[in-house]
Write a protein that binds this ligand. Structure first.
Ligand code: ADP
Length: 245
């Protein structure tokens, strides 16, 4: 059994007097690949804030274990980024090294260069983020999130803005990173994550943990058309809403 990195114990959390998460318990282990799915407004992002230590729960406990060593890489939703902000791709990626006090400027530049190559965006190094496509911005943010080799990588809705040509490559990159890094991938797009993750947690106020990916894509395909949206928990085992945009 791998070591626990983060333990969420019977957490209730929300904003002001509004409770968004009720009695949620979850343990994230080393080298886990956890998919968090659930309906819009179900509390996925709120759970991330709790995991990251950005939101103090009303009750319950959040334990970040020693093995985590504060090393968490976070990739926000791209629509939360102000693309008008005058910053270059290389500067965004380098900002992921902000806590690495022991590195010289030259060492940081070398790491940034190598990371840009890994992500296939080295030719964009001097571009302002305002000039990037959604997929290019996604790669830039992923590069920033993983450049300091985090023990835990958290991705919020990466497939909501994915560049389709990059999608397979993106999940391949995540599989590669998962050899050394525990990953939490939040999505309301069930279909595209079930083939990628190892375990699934469904969040809709409460949390239901599925060891393994027993909600598999074949089952989903047999019952529903894509895209799918999870709207809640029912008897068999989840109710899924068909919605086409
Ligand atoms: P999800 O990520 O699953 O879409 P969120 O965690 O973002 O859900 O939101 C859960 C609920 O909390 C929603 O009803 C949302 O409106 C509310 N909420 C989110 N952020 C805030 C906030 N900063 N202040 C007040 N309510 C919020």
């Amino acid at each position: 059994m791998n070591n626990a990195l983060v333990e969420i114990k019977q957490v209730c959390a929300g904003y002001d007097h509004k409770t968004v998460l009720k009695d949620v318990s979850l343990t994230i282990y080393e080298r886990d690949f956890l998919g968090i799915i659930g309906p819009n407004g179900g509390g996925k992002t709120t759970l991330l804030k709790v995991i990251l230590g950005l939101l103090r729960p009303f009750s319950g406990e959040v334990v970040q274990h020693e093995s985590l060593k504060q090393r968490i890489g976070y990739m926000p939703q791209t629509n939360s980024i102000d693309k008008r902000f005058p910053i270059l791709v290389s500067e965004v990626v380098e900002s992921g090294l902000i806590a690495e006090k022991g590195l010289s400027g030259q060492e940081k530049k070398a790491l940034v260069k190598a990371m840009l190559v890994t992500m296939g965006i080295e030719q964009l190094a001097s571009q302002p983020i305002g000039k990037l496509s959604g997929g290019q911005l996604q790669r830039t943010l992923l590069a920033r999130a993983v450049i300091n080799q985090p023990a835990l990588l958290i991705l919020d809705e990466p497939n909501s803005y994915v560049d389709k040509r990059f999608e397979t490559n993106f999940y391949g990159l995540l599989q590669e990173l998962n050899k050394a890094t525990s990953i939490v991938l939040v999505s309301h797009d069930v279909g595209s994550i079930v083939s990628t993750v190892k375990n699934i947690a469904c969040v809709d106020e409460t949390l239901h943990y599925h060891a393994g990916t027993d909600i598999d894509e074949h089952w989903l395909e047999a019952h529903y058309d894509c895209p799918l949206d999870l709207i809640g928990h029912g008897a068999i085992p989840h109710r899924i809403l068909k919605s086409h945009d």
